[in-house]
Write a protein that binds this ligand. Structure first.
Ligand code: FNR
Length: 189
């Protein structure tokens, strides 16, 4: 089974994006095994220590390196991705560059109507940067707007159209992810 790690761009306990990550983790456990990584302990990126980073950064890089793909679950802060997520990406983009060639999947939830449209546009650009170079499945964009109306008090995603759309996108993603790993095998053979 494919292994996916999720990086959530919100570190607050009641984060809707964290809830979305957990929904995806549970809903699609027949398709892939997913671990939600914590970026709470990741310090500010500092080039002075990039070759001997703290344990939290070593662990993050190790888990990303071992995964078949990364699921980015992004909120939108001031029309872009949150600083904690940009910071994690900066670490991942340096020294061993564990993201290079690793497939990504982007989803995001916000209270606004447009559901992280702007943040995801920026994130796609960032993932294209040379230190990251992460392939993305075209189309299949997941924008969960008005998120506070789509989860119940128990933290469950109850919005049926969103659930159905996610089913479709997850299936597409897994198919594509398998193609990507087959391609990689051919290239390295
Ligand atoms: C926001 N929020 C927000 N929403 C949005 O749709 N577009 C935006 O540009 C912003 N900007 C923004 C900036 C900052 C600093 C905060 C704290 C919030 C609202 C945001 O969608 C809402 O707080 C979400 O609940 C954040 O995601 P989590 O923490 O629930 O995962």
């Amino acid at each position: 089974k494919m292994k996916v790690v999720a990086i959530v761009g919100s570190i607050r306990k009641e984060s809707y994006n964290l809830k979305l990550a957990h929904y995806i983790q549970n809903r699609f456990k027949h398709l892939f095994q997913m671990e939600v990584l914590s970026i709470r302990e990741i310090p500010f990126y500092d080039q002075d220590i990039e070759n001997s980073p703290p344990q939290s950064v070593i662990d993050l890089k190790k888990k990303v390196a071992a995964a078949d793909a990364v699921l980015w679950v992004t909120p939108e802060y001031n029309s872009t991705i949150p600083g904690v997520m940009a910071n994690a990406i900066d670490w991942l983009s340096r020294v061993d560059k564990v993201m290079v060639g690793k497939p990504s999947w982007i989803v995001g939830a916000s209270m606004g109507l447009l559901g992280t449209v702007k943040a995801q546009g920026h994130l796609r650009d960032i993932l294209f940067a040379s230190g990251i170079s992460s392939p993305l499945l075209p189309g299949n964009e997941v924008y969960v707007g008005l998120v506070h109306e789509k989860f119940n008090e128990k933290g469950e995603l109850t919005d049926e159209p969103t659930r159905q759309y996610l089913d479709l996108v997850a299936e597409n993603f897994v198919k594509w992810m398998k193609e990507q790993s087959r391609l990689k095998q051919i290239q390295t053979a």
